[in-house]
Write a protein that binds this ligand. Structure first.
Ligand code: NAD
Length: 299
């Protein structure tokens, strides 16, 4: 892997984090977004990351400033990608938007450039054709707060060249990620393929009145040694996200239990501003949730 220049396309929540993390690890990063207004917002977001890197990683002021100095910003796609070894796409999760973008990108970027999508729910094969270079395209998926939650799921589609797959795995390691290769396309990657069913099963136990959230979490924690149970995880994810998933599943499947989950989350949590850790209350109350009490697992 001899990448030096990386372009991050889309500089919102995840794009600005990916761009800054990549620059922090010594790469030259070109940030691309649709207009100057979006780029100004990205600069503010990135400036706000500096103190997080200092607090969470113990980075020095010189380091966080040097990272910023390795970044350039442009709303001209050809200019932003002129030197790119790799383009990481983090534009909104809208199929048509991504298709249009990849068509434009395929025409603008040099032939050598590898493309990677950070999409959470869409598969690379949905856009492979539009890139004009399916063998140089794959998914590279990060988690929010990338500098702390440093997973990178690298997922090939059937047409991805194996050398490209391995190069991007090396790149992910080079920017400080724990690289997690997926040899086949999988909706939800590895993490959400495991996590979503677990969280859903916990909510089903609750809606069927089998047990309360604390007992369900306690079961999981004692039996597996996990530091958090599913309801504590739901508080981290945020009740709004859990509601959106439940609501969408209720509409797609028509199943009554999904509807009940969504209704419960809305009436008992969202309407009462209990949105999880973000608001200090969800299934637990923070900063001292009961599951963190040393006696929680004993009785
Ligand atoms: P966001 O809405 O915060 O940012 C999207 C950015 O893309 C905006 O700055 C917007 O101006 C820009 N944009 C829109 N159209 C564009 C175009 N044609 N070309 C270039 N830029 C364009 O979105 P986000 O939360 O950062 O999500 C971006 C991608 O990352 C999505 O695919 C999402 O699934 C994925 N993702 C998000 C998270 C998360 O926690 N937010 C985590 C992992 C992956």
């Amino acid at each position: 892997m001899n990448y030096r220049n990386v372009t991050v396309a889309g500089s919102g929540v995840l794009g600005s984090q990916i761009a800054y993390q990549t620059a922090f690890k010594g790469f030259h990063v070109s940030v691309y977004d649709i207009n100057d207004e979006s780029l100004e917002k990205a600069k503010e977001r990135i400036m706000a990351l500096k103190p997080r890197y200092q607090a969470d990683l113990g980075a020095s002021e010189a380091d966080v400033n040097a990272a910023y100095d390795r970044m350039t910003f442009s709303s001209d796609l050809s200019r932003a990608t002129a030197e790119a070894d790799l383009v990481i796409e983090a534009i909104p999760e809208v199929v048509q938007m991504k298709k249009d973008f990849y068509r434009e990108l395929g025409a603008a970027a040099p032939e050598k450039t590898i493309f990677a999508t950070n999409s959470s729910t869409l598969l690379p094969s949905q856009f492979a054709e539009e890139t004009g270079r399916p063998e140089k395209f794959l998914a590279l998926h990060f988690a929010n707060e990338i500098w702390r939650n440093n997973t990178a799921e690298i997922m090939k589609h059937p047409g991805t060249d194996m050398d490209v797959f391995h190069e991007v795995i090396e790149f992910a390691k080079a920017i400080g990620m724990v690289a997690l290769p997926l040899h086949k396309e999988q909706p939800g990657y590895i993490l959400n393929s495991l996590l979503v069913p677990l969280l859903e099963a916990a909510q089903m136990l609750l809606i069927r009145e089998v047990a309360d959230p604390e007992t369900i979490d306690k079961t999981w924690m004692v039996a597996t040694g996990a530091p958090l149970g599913p309801f504590a995880i739901l508080d981290v994810v945020g009740i709004n996200t859990a509601y959106n998933i439940g609501h969408a599943k209720a509409q797609v499947t028509g199943h009554d239990e999904y509807k009940k989950v969504a209704e419960l989350l809305k009436s008992e949590y969202i309407d009462k501003n209990k949105l999880g850790r973000a608001t200090g209350e969800g299934f637990y109350t923070y900063p001292n949730p009961s599951f963190a009490d040393p006696d929680f697992l004993k009785s």
